[in-house]
Structure formats: structure tokens, C-alpha cells
Design a protein around this ligand. Structure first.
Ligand code: HEM
Length: 148
């Protein structure tokens, strides 16, 4: 698993985090519009909404907030545990992660437009996959424990 980002990438993500958080709701809404075009992905959330009765907006909020701890990932361990638990309950699998990346990054561009350039999007793409891989590993351990 890749756990390192270059200092440049970390600096770009941290510098852009306030703008992303300021427009977090718009980015989140746009991300879900893009994500829910895929019926299989939408079904994961429909099922989840019935269980929790709550909109899954925390997903994008967590990705955005994560930027704050990008150079201190240990601080996220409790949040990672909770996300992984919820993902296992809702049957999220590694193969779903590219769809979220493919929805989130263009959503950032859709909302922020010229305020973000390709280097910002690339840096967020790298950062997304660091967090995604941490979650995928935590979830794999839980699926293995369930199966045993
Ligand atoms: C780096 C990527 C991701 C992050 C940071 C993330 C974050 C989160 C967070 C914070 C929650 C709420 C947990 C809670 O109840 O406290 C959540 C729930 C959920 N996530 Fe993720 N997630 C990611 C990837 C994915 C992917 C790839 C999928 C599937 C397409 C997914 C589907 C869900 C579902 C279905 C829920 C439950 C929603 C509900 O309770 O109604 N997530 N995620």
C-alpha cells in the first residue's frame, strides 16, 4: 500500500482544502449526481439509507476533512474504523472505490472551475487513493473476520 505523498502534493492538498470545504455541500451534491448514474452504486446507498435513515453526505465531508490530517494520518484511526465498519455493513467493496474517485474529482472541477488547475486535481486524486487504500485494507480485515 502506498502511504506516502510528496511534500508538494501534501502542500497542494492542504492549500486547497479550505476552498473545497467552503463549497463542500455543492461538491457533495455534484458528486452524488455523478456517482448515482451507476445503478449498482446507487443501490448500495438506497439500502444504506433504509438502515440509517440518513443521507450519506458524510462520505464527501470525510474526504474533504481528511485533507487537514493528510500529514498526520494516525489522527484518523478512529474515523477510519467507523467508516470501515459502515462500509462492511453496506457491502462496499474495493471495486467501488474507482467510481467514487471518478465522481469526486470532476465534481470538484465542476464546482470550483478555474479556481482549481490540473495539479490540484491530480494531488487530490493521489490523496484520495491513500485514504481509499487504508479503508480497503481495514475492510478486507473485517470481511475476513466475518468469513472465519
Ligand atoms: C476514500 C473514500 C471514502 C470515504 C472517505 C468514505 C467515507 C464515509 C463515511 C464518513 C461514511 C459515514 C460513516 C458513519 O456512519 O459514520 C460512509 C458511509 C458510507 N459509504 Fe463511504 N467512503 C468512501 C468510499 C466509499 C465507496 C467507494 C462507497 C461505495 C460506492 C461508499 C459507500 C458508503 C455507504 C453506502 C455508506 C453508508 C451510508 C449510510 O449510512 O446511509 N463509500 N463513508
Amino acid at each position: 500500500m502506498t502511504t506516502s505523498l510528496s511534500p508538494e502534493t501534501i502542500a497542494i492538498v492542504k492549500a486547497s482544502a479550505p476552498a473545497l470545504q467552503q463549497h463542500g455541500l455543492a461538491i457533495t451534491q455534484r458528486m452524488y449526481e455523478r456517482l448515482f448514474v451507476d445503478p449498482e452504486i446507487k443501490a448500495l446507498f438506497d439500502q444504506a439509507a433504509q438502515i440509517s435513515g440518513e443521507q450519506p453526505k458524510r462520505l464527501a465531508a470525510a474526504i474533504l476533512a481528511y485533507a487537514k490530517n493528510i500529514d498526520n494520518l494516525g489522527a484518523l484511526s478512529q474515523a477510519v474504523e467507523r467508516m470501515a465498519q459502515r462500509h462492511v455493513e453496506t457491502h462496499v467493496k474495493p471495486e467501488h472505490y474507482p467510481a467514487v474517485a471518478a465522481a469526486l474529482l470532476p465534481a470538484i472541477k465542476d464546482v470550483l472551475g478555474d479556481a482549481v488547475d490540473q495539479s490540484v486535481l491530480d494531488s487530490w486524486g493521489e490523496a484520495y487513493w491513500i485514504l481509499a487504500n487504508i479503508l480497503i485494507e481495514a475492510e478486507a480485515a473485517k470481511y475476513r473476520a466475518q468469513a472465519a
